[in-house]
Write a protein that binds this ligand. Sequence first.
Ligand code: DC
Length: 235
Amino acid sequence: MSARINIAIDGFSSCGKSTLAKQLARHLGYTYIDSGAMYRAVALYVLQEGLVKDGKLMKDALLDRLDDIHIRFAHDPDTGRSVTLLNGRNVEKEIRGMDVSRHVTLVSPVPEVRAKLVKLQQALGEEKGVVMDGRDIGTVVFPQAAVKLYMTARPEVRARRRYDELKSKGVEVDYASVLDNIERRDEDDTKRAADPLIKAPTAVEIDNSDISQEEQFRLALAVVERVLGKEVASR
Ligand code: DC
C-alpha cells in the first residue's frame, strides 16, 4: 500500500479549489475537507446570533461565545455528500448564500477564530489521507504537507463560474455583485494580518483560467503521483 499524505490546496475564492480537491480525494480514496465551510459556519453563527450591528462584528461578544460554536462534518446519506453541521444542525445550504459570503471576512481575520479552526483542521489531518482546501493550508495548517498546490484564475473567470453555480442552485444573484464580492474577498484574504493568502514556497501554482477541469486534474495528479512515488521509494 502506498504512503498516505496530506494535500494542501490554497488559492483565491471561487477558483475551483474544491472541485479539484474532491476529484483528488475520490481518486486517491482520501477525505476531502473544506476549511472555508468552517469560516462560513462561524459567519452564519454571528449573523443568527445578532452579533453584527451596522455591518460591524461585535468581536468581544463573539470571543465570549467561541466555546459555544461546534462545527463538524457529516455524511448525508440522501445525497452521498459531506455536509457542514453548526451546533448539530445541517447548515450546508445557508453557508453558501450571498449573505454569509458578504459577512465571512468579518470573522476570518479574527486571530482567535483562526486559532480555533486551525486546531480543528489539524486534528482532522492527523491520520493523513486528507485533501484540504483554503487559504492558509500549506502555510499554517499543514506546513509539512507533502503536496501543496496554489490555484489562481482571473477574477472575471471566477465570477462567471460562481454566478453559474449559484444560479444552478436556484440562488437569485446578479453577476456584478458576484464579481464585486470576489474582488473584495481577494483583497481581504491577501491583505489581512492573520494568516493571509500567500503562496507557500514549495507550492506548485496552477492557473486554471484557460484550462479544462480535466487538464487541471491531470496536472495536479501528476504532482501527487510524483511525490507519492518518492514517498514509497524512501520507506
Ligand atoms: O473558500 P471559501 O470562499 O468558501 O472561504 C470562505 C471565506 O473563508 C473566505 O473569504 C476566506 C476564508 N477562509 C480563510 O480565511 N481561511 C481558510 N483556510 C479558508 C477560508
